[in-house]
Design a protein around this ligand. Structure first.
Ligand code: MIC
Ligand code: SF4
Length: 756
C-alpha cells in the first residue's frame, strides 16, 4: 500500500468506474431516482445487490476509500490495530498531528515545546505509520480536516475518520463520517464498515449571502432548527441555487459543524466551486475526472424538483434574508441573530465584555475566511480603531498559514495586536494555557470554532464561549462587547468619531495560488516490516492493550450505579480533553478522568458520587477504580443524547476497563453508542423515558435474559432497591445480529482477531 500526500487519481478512477453499474442497481432496487448521499453510499456498499436500504433500520456494510486519524484518537486506534497481527493497513490511512500542541506563546515556540513534550507519542505514531504503511503528517502540518480537504477529499468518495468533524470533507461532495478508533480498525484491517442506513434530511438553500452573513451562519441557523440531536442517524444533504453560490470551503464549514447536530454526515453536490478549489489545490486531473461523471456527483434532477418525495425532512433556508448568528454559551444550538445577543446577555447575566476573540479551527480557517476577517482588521485600523480584547489566530494548515503570510494577511491581524498560534487545534480543544484569565472569573469569549461546552477552551467552567463566523468574531473582539451589532451599530475611534465597521467580500482562492509552506508529510517506506515500534512498559503516556474478556454467557446481575448523569453528558463530561489529552494512549491513566464532568442527578454536584462499598462520597474516577479492584460491575445512567460531541472512544473504553457492563440512557449520540457496542458495553435506552427517574443511588441493577438478546427485541432490566424491592423495566437496544457478536466476543476487536 503506498500512501502519498494526495489521493492517487487511480483510486478515484476506480471509484468512478463502478458508478454506472452500482447506481443502476440502486435505482432498480429502490425504484426511483436517487439523492447524492444515496448514490455515494450505494457505490460503496460491500454488496449493492443485497444490502438492506431501509432508512434508520437496516445495517449495511460499506467499503470506505480512506481512513484518517488524528493524534489524540490515533494512539488508541493504532494500539488496537497492532493487536490484529497484520503487516500493513488494507486501506490508505493517514495520521495527523494536530491536537497535542498547546497554545501559549506563538506558533513556532508552541510547536517546538509540543515536539519536545510529546516526543514519545509522536515517535510512536511516526514509527507505527512507517511500520504498517500509513502516511504521517507531522506536528505543524495543520488540523486533520483542513489537510484532508486540501489533499485527500474527492467528490463521490467515502472516508471515515477518528474525529467527529470528519464530515468537513462533505464540502467537496464526499461522504465523510466520524467514527471511533475501533471502527477505523475494522477498515484498516480490511473488513467492511458497518452502519445503519441513514435517514436523509434535505436542506434547500435559495438566495445568496450578503453583508456580514457567512456560510457559518447557515449551520448556526440549522443547529437552531434541528438542535444538538436533530440530525442523529441522518445524513444532511444541501442543495438548491443557494448551495451553488457557496465556495467549496464555505460548504466545508457547514458540513463540519453538522457534527453539532449529531448528523452522521453532511454534504453538498459537486459543482464549479468545488472544481475551482480542486484546481487551486493542484488537483486538475481529479477535477477533470469528476467533471466527466458530474451527473453522478449530484442528486438526480427529480430530487431538487420535489424534495419532499426523497427526504425524511426538508428545511428551507433563504440565504438572502439570513442574518449573522451567534450560538452559545455552553451548547452549540442556543442560537440567535447577533443583533439580539446583547439583550439576551443582559437578561441572563452573561458577562458583556469580550475577554478574547479566537479565529481558526477546522471549521473556519480557509483562505476565504481569513481574507474576510483580515479585511475587517484593515478597515478597523484605517478608521482609528483597535481590538478591545486579545485576538488569537490558528491557521488550519501549513498551506493556509504560508499563503496568508505571503499575502500579507497575517500582518493585517498582527497590526491589530493579534497573536498567531500553531497550525493546530489549540484552544479549540482546551489546549490553551491561558495567561490573562483565572479560573472562577466569569467571562465571555467569541470563537469561530464549532463546540462550546463548558471548560472546552481554557478549562474554566466560568468562561462563556460563543461560536460564530470569523467575521463576527472580528467585529465583537474589536468592539470588546457582546452587545455590538456590526451591521447597525457604530464604534468610537481614537479621534472620538463614530465609525462603522465594514467587511470586504473576501477572496475565494488565492490569486497567486497556494504556497505549500514547509514540507510536513512523511510517506511510509515501501517495506515497513523492519521498522520497530516501541512502547515502553514504564511509559505514563502509552500502554499496550490487553483484550477485554469475552461475555461468559450469564446474565449481568447486581451492578452498582456508578453515576446517574443529569442533563448534558457529552464526551467532554465523560472523558475530558485539555490536560487529559496527554494520556490518550494509556488506558489505565486516562481512566483517571472517567465521568469527571458528569452532573450527579441525585444532588447536582459535578464529578462526585456515592461509593456504595463504604457510603463515602468520592470522585467518580476514584470510585470506578475501587469498584474495578473489588471486582464490582457497574452501570452508568445517562439523560438525553448521552455521549454527544466527540468521537473519542476513550469515553467507552474507560468505563469498559473499569468494569461498566451497561450504559443506560434516555437517548444516545450515534458515535458514542457505537463505541460502547464496539468495546463490549451494552448501550440501552429506556423504553419509557420516565423510567430514568426510577433509579436511585444505592440500587442494584440486573440485565436479564441476555442469552435471548436479538435484533428488534427489548431487554429486561431489574432494579433492586436497598430494601430489597424490585422493579422490572423494559429497555431498547439497537444491536444488529452481527453486532451482538461483538458483545459476545467481549469487543469488536476480539472478533477481528478471531477472524484474521
Ligand atoms: C473535538 O473536537 O471534540 C475533538 C477533540 O476533535 C474530538 C476528537 C477527540 O476527542 O480526540 C472529536 O471531535 O471527535
Ligand atoms: Fe481540532 Fe477543534 Fe476541529 Fe476538533 S473541532 S478537530 S479540536 S479544531
Amino acid at each position: 500500500m503506498t500512501v502519498a500526500a494526495a489521493t492517487p487519481i487511480e483510486l478515484v478512477q476506480g471509484v468512478y468506474a463502478t458508478l454506472d453499474e452500482h447506481l443502476g442497481i440502486g435505482r432498480r432496487r429502490l425504484g426511483r431516482p436517487l439523492t447524492l448521499a444515496e448514490k455515494i453510499l450505494i457505490n460503496h456498499l460491500d454488496d449493492p445487490e443485497t444490502a438492506g436500504m431501509e432508512r434508520g433500520v437496516s445495517y449495511v456494510d460499506l467499503r470506505p476509500d480512506r481512513v484518517a486519524l488524528q493524534d489524540a484518537t490515533a494512539q488508541m486506534a493504532w494500539l488496537q490495530f497492532m493487536t490484529a497481527g497484520l503487516d500493513e493497513v488494507m486501506v490508505p490511512t493517514t495520521t495527523h498531528c494536530d491536537h497535542l500542541i498547546q497554545a501559549r506563546d506563538d506558533g513556532r515556540t508552541d510547536l517546538l515545546t509540543a515536539i519536545d513534550g510529546n516526543r514519545e507519542v509522536y515517535d510512536f505514531l511516526a514509527s507505527v505509520c512507517a511500520r504498517y504503511g500509513a502516511g504521517f503528517w507531522k506536528p505543524g502540518s495543520g488540523i486533520i480536516h483542513q489537510v484532508v480537504l486540501e489533499q485527500y477529499a474527492f467528490p463521490g468518495g467515502m472516508m471515515i475518520g477518528t474525529d467527529s468533524h470528519t464530515p468537513n470533507a462533505g464540502g467537496l461532495a464526499m461522504v465523510a463520517i466520524g467514527v471511533g478508533g475501533a471502527d477505523a480498525v475494522d477498515v484498516m484491517t480490511g473488513f467492511p464498515w458497518n452502519v445503519r442506513w441513514p435517514k436523509l434530511i434535505g436542506i434547500h438553500l435559495t438566495g445568496e449571502l450578503s453583508g456580514w452573513a457567512a456560510p457559518k451562519d447557515i449551520i448556526l441557523k440549522v443547529a437552531d432548527i434541528l438542535t444538538v440531536s436533530g440530525g442523529t442517524g441522518a445524513i444532511v444533504e444541501y442543495f438548491g441555487p443557494g448551495a451553488r453560490s457557496l465556495s467549496a470551503t464555505g460548504k466545508g464549514t457547514i458540513c463540519n459543524m453538522g457534527a453539532e447536530i449529531g448528523a452522521t454526515t453532511s454534504l453538498f453536490a459537486y459543482d464549479d466551486a468545488i472544481a475551482r478549489y480542486l484546481k487551486a489545490t493542484g488537483r486538475e486531473a481529479l477535477a477533470d475526472a469528476a467533471g466527466a461523471v458530474a451527473h453522478h456527483l449530484r442528486a438526480d434532477d427529480e430530487v431538487e424538483a420535489d424534495p419532499d418525495a426523497f427526504f425524511d425532512q426538508v428545511i428551507e433556508l433563504d440565504l438572502s434574508t439570513l442574518s449573522p448568528h451567534i450560538n452559545g454559551p455552553h451548547t452549540p444550538d442556543l442560537s440567535r441573530p447577533v443583533a439580539d445577543l446583547g439583550a439576551e446577555a443582559e437578561r441572563e447575566g452573561w458577562p458583556m465584555t469580550v475577554s478574547a476573540g479566537l479565529i481558526g479551527s477546522c471549521t473556519n480557517s480557509s483562505y476565504e475566511d481569513i481574507t474576510r476577517a483580515a479585511s475587517i482588521a484593515r478597515d478597523a485600523l484605517a478608521k482609528g480603531l483597535t481590538a478591545k480584547a486579545p485576538l488569537l489566530i490558528t491557521p488550519g494548515s501549513e498551506q493556509v498559514r504560508a499563503t496568508i503570510e505571503r499575502d500579507g494577511l497575517l500582518a493585517d491581524f498582527e497590526a491589530l495586536g493579534a497573536k498567531v498560534l500553531a497550525n493546530a487545534c489549540g484552544p479549540c480543544i482546551g489546549q490553551w494555557d491561558r495567561q490573562d484569565m483565572e479560573d472562577g472569573v466569569p467571562n465571555s469569549i467569541v470563537t469561530s470554532y464549532n463546540r462550546n461546552f463548558p471548560k472546552r477552551n481554557d478549562g474554566y467552567a466560568t468562561t462563556h464561549a460563543f461560536v460564530t463566523s470569523p467575521e463576527t468574531v472580528m467585529a465583537l473582539t474589536i468592539a470588546g462587547r457582546l452587545d455590538f451589532d456590526p451591521a447597525n451599530d457604530t464604534l468610537t475611534n481614537d479621534a472620538g468619531e463614530e465609525v462603522r465597521l465594514t467587511v470586504g467580500p473576501g477572496e475565494e482562492l488565492p490569486a497567486d495560488g497556494f504556497d505549500p509552506g514547509e514540507e510536513t508529510f512523511l510517506a511510509p517506506p515501501a517495506d515497513g516490516s523492519g521498522v520497530e515500534v516501541t512502547v515502553s512498559p514504564t511509559s505514563d503516556r502509552l500502554q499496550l492493550l490487553t483484550p477485554f474478556p469475552a461475555w461468559d454467557g450469564e446474565d449481568i446481575t447486581d451492578l452498582a450505579v456508578l453515576v446517574k448523569a443529569q442533563g448534558k453528558c457529552t464526551t467532554d463530561h465523560i472523558s475530558m480533553a485539555g490536560p487529559w489529552l496527554r494520556y490518550r494512549g494509556h488506558l489505565e491513566n486516562i481512566s483517571g478522568n472517567v465521568y469527571m464532568g458528569a452532573v450527579n442527578a441525585f444532588n447536582g454536584e459535578v464529578g462526585t458520587g456515592l461509593d456504595v462499598t463504604d457510603g463515602e462520597t468520592r470522585a467518580y474516577p476514584e470510585i470506578a477504580r475501587r469498584y474495578h479492584e473489588a471486582g464490582i460491575g457497574w452501570v452508568a445512567i445517562g439523560d438525553e443524547n448521552m455521549g454527544e460531541g466527540s468521537s473519542r472512544e476513550h469515553a467507552a473504553m474507560e468505563p469498559r476497563f473499569r468494569g461498566a457492563r451497561a450504559v443506560m440512557a434516555r437517548s444516545f449520540a450515534r458515535i458514542h453508542e457505537t463505541n460502547l457496542k464496539k468495546q463490549g458495553v451494552l448501550p440501552l435506552t429506556f423504553a419509557n423515558s420516565d423510567d430514568y427517574d426510577l433509579i436511585g443511588p444505592e440500587d442494584r441493577i440486573s440485565v436479564v435474559g441476555l442469552a435471548d438478546l436479538a435484533p428488534d427485541t427489548q431487554v429486561e432490566v431489574v432494579i433492586t432497591s436497598p430494601d430489597g424491592a424490585t422493579t422490572s423495566i423494559a429497555m431498547d437496544h439497537t444491536y444488529s445480529a452481527d453486532q451482538i457478536e461483538w458483545f459476545k466476543a467481549g469487543s469488536a476487536l476480539n472478533l477481528i482477531r478471531q477472524r484474521i
